[in-house]
Design a binder for this molecule. Sequence first.
Ligand SMILES: Nc1ncnc2c1ncn2[C@@H]1O[C@H](COP(=O)(O)OP(=O)(O)OP(=O)(O)O)[C@@H](O)[C@H]1O
Ligand SMILES: Nc1nc2c(c(=O)[nH]1)N=C(CO)CN2
Length: 182
Amino acid sequence: MNNHSTSEESEAYIALGANLGDREGTLKEALHRLDNHDGVQVVRSSGVYETEPVGYLDQPQFLNMAAALRTTLAPEMLLDVMLEIENQLGRTRDILNGPRTVDLDLLWVEGQTFDTPKLTLPHPRMLERAFVLFPLNDIVPEQEPSGLRARVTEALQDVDGKEGIRLWTTSVWEGGSGHSVS
Ligand SMILES: Nc1ncnc2c1ncn2[C@@H]1O[C@H](COP(=O)(O)OP(=O)(O)OP(=O)(O)O)[C@@H](O)[C@H]1O
Ligand SMILES: Nc1nc2c(c(=O)[nH]1)N=C(CO)CN2
């Protein structure tokens, strides 16, 4: 335990996207690296969806998915771990909304809000993006204690871009090391 950890575990939801190189292999590798990190366990993962690019259109189709984590890391520390994994897997930042080997967004941490230059929680664009809502819909349980289930269900009703989303494969994650987070 260090000053970046809390003694409490919380559930966090993340979105993953990739549209360059071995997209499916990269998503799987990102989940393994997260699960292998101290204080982080991947507990559920969504289907993988192939999605039309949104925002910057002249780029390849994405694979998008979401995962639920249990973590003892504080949210800013978890984000650092995610950004480090993006860098390890070859993420560069050239074009706004442009192509990427992997993008990891922290969407929601049970019971936590944040508004700093480095981290905004909940993620401000999560409910506007069909490529985030479809995967989240697979993994947020009815009993999610901080109200995420109702928000996802409501947002899915009117979100734009549903026609650009296709199921690619039901799962790329067969469970991890089985270690606990604390
Ligand atoms: N909830 C969050 N999840 C991920 N990054 C965040 C979050 N809130 C703020 N950021 C900041 O956003 C910065 C830019 O992130 P990134 O380049 O991945 O954006 P993007 O994926 O292109 O756009 P978007 O955030 O709309 O998906 C990161 O360095 C990070 O500090
Ligand atoms: N389909 C799709 N489009 C995008 C995505 C993404 O992950 N999937 N990410 C973006 C920037 O975060 C911009 N546009």
